[in-house]
Design a protein around this ligand. Structure first.
Ligand code: SAM
Length: 281
């Protein structure tokens, strides 16, 4: 008699073009006992297109705790399940986090079936540095909270990525210009893998102008990306000053500069000069 537990597969699905489903995703969706979907009606259409008929259950932000408990009971009973979201990779600005965390805490196998995700698709064509990036998901809806969050990103030196909806893309761009300035290089990727796919690269103020001038550019789904503040820029150096000041309280100047260089990615010589200046003040 086998008392093996089942596996939970985290299955990425297309973000627009159905042909982007992977062969392995199809095989897994066909083989599992149950498909757990953010919106069962939406995912049923994809399964029907793939000629797959599996029992489905829903797991979304409003029922995640109860639904996760049921998923775990099925897994413990030996069933295998696939989690899908409406589009892209589950858990990435989509439900599933508390389910996966609970499974891992209980030692239940969670298996990735990787595939599309809007943030990686957008980044890969952005022309912005890809070696380091910061994904911020959706910006807050309320302007005050949005501005406060953007303020914390002002000195960020790595590429920044946001998800945005058609309702708020203009407001987001206006606030970005206000906080990060008109010249910050930006890229707006719209409707990726779909009929009206467009990717616009421009300084923030120009991007805002183009989106304001053309209502088509406000329709659909968006990934908004920004270049980081240049290393060594005033903005970046203000952050480094804070770091250096803390380290200088505890360490000799040379060591403080070396450590600050490792933490910030700035050049050691530059930080040594800066530390000398700060120490003099
Ligand atoms: N889990 C998904 C993923 O892996 O990309 C993201 C889900 S999130 C609820 C939906 C957001 O992703 C949209 O508002 C948009 O910002 C972005 N997005 C999804 N599909 C997109 C597409 N085809 N083109 C551009 N952005 C897209």
């Amino acid at each position: 008699m086998s008392n093996a537990v089942g596996r939970l597969y985290i299955v990425a699905t297309p973000i627009g073009n159905r042909e982007d489903i992977s062969a392995r995703a199809i095989e897994v969706l066909r083989s599992v006992d149950r498909v757990v979907a953010e919106d069962t009606r939406h995912s049923r259409r994809l399964l029907t297109y793939l000629a797959i008929d599996r029992p489905m259950m829903s797991l979304h932000e409003h029922n995640e705790t109860g639904a996760a408990q049921r998923v775990i009971e099925y897994l413990l009973a030996g069933e295998s399940l696939a989690l899908v979201s409406d589009a892209g990779t589950p858990l990435i600005s989509d439900p599933g986090f508390s389910l996966v965390r609970s499974c891992r805490e209980q030692g239940l196998p969670v298996v990735p079936v990787p595939g599309p995700s809007a943030l990686i698709a957008a980044l890969s064509v952005s022309g912005l540095p890809t070696d380091r990036f910061r994904f911020e998901g959706f910006l807050p809806r309320r302007q005050q909270a949005r501005l406060a969050l953007l303020e914390t990103l002002r000195h960020e030196t790595v590429t920044m990525i946001f998800y945005e909806s058609s309702h708020r893309v203009l407001e987001a761009l206006r606030d970005l210009v206000a906080v990060l300035g008109p010249a910050r290089p930006a890229v707006l990727a719209r409707e990726l893998t779909k009929l009206h796919e467009t990717v616009i690269s421009a300084p923030l103020a120009e991007l805002l102008e183009r989106v304001e001038a053309d209502e088509h550019q406000r329709k659909g789904e968006f990934v908004l990306m920004l270049a980081g503040a240049p290393a060594g820029s005033d903005a970046a150096m203000q952050d480094v000053d804070g770091l250096l000041n803390i380290l200088l309280d505890e360490l000799p100047l040379k060591q403080a500069a070396a450590l600050a260089a490792r933490i910030s990615g700035e050049k050691k010589n530059l930080l040594y000069q800066r530390a000398l200046e700060l120490a003099r003040r």
